[in-house]
Design a protein around this ligand. Structure first.
Ligand code: ATP
Ligand code: MG
Ligand code: MG
Length: 550
């Protein structure tokens, strides 16, 4: 398959396959299970699973679980379900970096035995001083020349739990004068006396990310290990380990630009703070840029994948306009969502020339072009239309509106004519009296007086009251985490507004996560957690037009 869109990783893979350097592409998506996945991870998922799919290879899902204190099964489960929701499937079993702890431990011994690693007893503070800086070479640790025997013995004592946390670490012996700080004798094992969600209490020493990642790639036969640009400086270390260990394969690391979106934070740590401080209602709050939040908000997997395709994959970190993400979901829902009716600011219309108990079921397709089925809509003597669709006085500007003596077509229904109205003490119109024009279902009135506008409506007696959760952007600042001070000061106080609306009865019966365009109102989805037929809840996914947004 030819490379799609702007994706330099796909081009590299295409070349490697063409030249025979690689027979079958294998990638991996390696989340740390310390939080929920966000839209930035979606970019990485679409890239890694996408190229594997495109070139007939496979992508592994590997949990990079080397920091047991921050990780949990809840996060593992959420990550699996997010990847599948996006429409991807990992090849074979799920992998855990912790599956390789025995092998990694053996390889650590190998480094010690070949004189390439040592136990260092410097305190973290001392180690920092010895490391030097970008402009100043580091100094060798006083423990650097320990003998192989002493190192082996101490490493075993570390493993047996004989030292306190922080008492010592295992470091690779590389070059304390290297211009690349990552090569200044990096830590490869540290003591953490915590229970691990996969390995229990088997280990009290854990390998670092750098010592784990490339070797895990090699064990799994990953050919292209794609990560974000901040790991560019780690690549020499990645290669150093591959060179100095008897690994079964030679994976290569490539870096791409991470996704940054304006008005959005994409850092698990900061997202966790929003959850912990109850700024939002959990990781899957529809305002969160998490995959589960976007899902609950009403994004479709296809819209997220289209967005990732649109932004492409390059070697630079840019800032993407969140309007592109909003466009992607609006465009997708515009193409695919069924159309239905919900009245948010109801104004009652009474059709005087119908019997009190008049009930007629009108049938309407959910979509004009797509075959999305149809539903029945009760048409009754009392209806709700939107307050904005009635005007007391006719004017050229409002010629498509309902005014006394003028006609309007009820969407999918009849033409009615306003005959009068009532106001309350505050001067608001609270009721419109109307008459039905006979024989106008799908055809113009016989007398030639055609209505100028079409309005959405719901039966006032058969419609169902629904909770509508209206969402706006969570932050009022384009780069809320890049200015001084607390991110929380930019939380939009209007990011969630709860109102009620009247929906067609058929909509109350839909299952959670059913998408609609509520005609003339916006794109909505029945809430994944809270929607029931008895108490319907719909979330505003996105407005109909860009200019309607905050
Ligand atoms: P965070 O910085 O939010 O904590 P992370 O990079 O620590 O994220 P990991 O679980 O380690 O999260 O990430 C798994 C994969 O997703 C990594 O390969 C990482 O490079 C990629 N990834 C994370 N954030 C982004 C982003 N904003 N854009 C693109 N890829 C990302
Ligand atoms: Mg990480
Ligand atoms: Mg990170």
């Amino acid at each position: 398959a030819p490379a799609r869109g702007n994706n330099f990783v796909a081009k590299i893979i295409e070349e490697d396959l063409a030249s025979g350097k690689v027979q079958r592409v294998v990638t991996r998506f390696p989340p740390e299970p310390n939080g929920y996945l966000h839209v930035g991870h979606a970019k990485s998922i679409c890239l890694n699973f996408g190229v594997a799919e495109q070139f007939g290879g496979g992508c592994n899902l590997r949990f990079d679980d080397t920091n047991p204190e921050k990780e949990s099964q809840e996060f593992i489960d959420a990550i699996k379900s997010d990847v599948q929701w996006l429409g991807f499937q990992w090849q074979g079993e799920i992998h855990y970096a912790s599956d390789y702890f025995d092998q990694l431990h053996e390889w650590a011994l190998h480094l010690i035995k070949t004189g390439n690693a040592y136990i260092c007893d410097l305190s973290p503070e001392e180690a920092r001083q010895y490391r030097g800086s970008l402009t100043e070479a580091g100094k060798n640790s006083p423990y650097r020349e320990r003998t192989v025997e002493e190192n082996l013995q101490r490493f075993e004592q570390m493993r047996l739990g004989e030292f306190e946390e922080g008492a010592c670490v295992l470091r690779a012996k590389i070059d304390m004068a290297s211009g690349n700080m990552n090569l200044r004798d990096p830590i490869i094992y540290r003591i953490r006396k915590v229970t691990h969600h996969q390995t229990g209490d088997k280990w009290c020493i854990y390998p670092t990310y750098d010592f784990t990642h490339g070797q895990s790639d090699a064990i799994e036969g990953v050919t292209h290990s794609v990560c974000t640009l901040e790991f560019e400086d780690h690549r020499p270390l990645y290669e150093w380990f591959i060179e100095h260990l008897p690994v079964p394969a030679q994976p290569k690391q490539y870096e791409f630009g991470r996704l940054n979106l304006d008005y959005t934070v994409t850092s698990k740590r900061k997202l966790k703070a929003l959850v912990d401080n109850k700024v939002v209602n959990g990781w899957d709050d529809p305002r969160m840029p998490t995959i589960s939040g976007m899902r609950r908000r009403g994004f479709t997997p296809r819209s997220v994948r289209n967005f990732c395709e649109m932004i492409g994959v390059t070697r630079s970190d840019g800032m993407v306009d969140v309007a592109m993400l909003e466009h992607a979901v609006r465009d997708d829902l515009n193409r695919h969502a069924p159309r239905a009716m919900c009245v948010i600011n109801p104004l009652k219309v009474v059709i005087d020339n119908l019997e009190e108990d008049h009930l007629e079921m009108l049938t309407a397709d959910y979509h004009q072009e797509l075959d999305l089925g149809s539903r029945e809509m009760p048409f009754t003597r009392e209806l709700f239309i939107d307050q904005d669709d009635f005007k007391e006085e006719y004017s050229k500007k409002f010629k498509k509106k309902f005014t006394p003596g003028k006609r309007i077509r009820l969407r999918h229904g009849y033409v009615i004519e306003a005959t009068g109205y009532e106001k309350n003490d505050a001067g608001q119109v609270v009721l419109v009296c109307a008459k039905l024009i006979a024989n106008t279902l799908g055809i113009d009135p016989e007398d030639g007086d055609k209505p100028k506008g079409v309005v959405h409506w719901v039966s006032a007696t058969r419609g169902v009251k629904a909770e509508l959760r209206l969402y706006q952007r969570l932050f009022t600042h384009a780069t809320p985490d890049k200015v001084d001070g607390d991110l929380m000061q930019f939380v939009n106080p209007e990011s969630l507004m709860v109102v009620h609306g009247w929906i067609e009865p058929a909509l109350a019966a839909v299952t959670p996560e059913t998408h609609f365009q509520f005609e003339r109102e916006g794109y909505y989805v029945s809430d994944r957690q809270d929607h029931t037929t008895a108490a319907p809840v719909f979330n505003l996914t996105i407005g109909l037009r860009e200019d309607k947004e905050l």
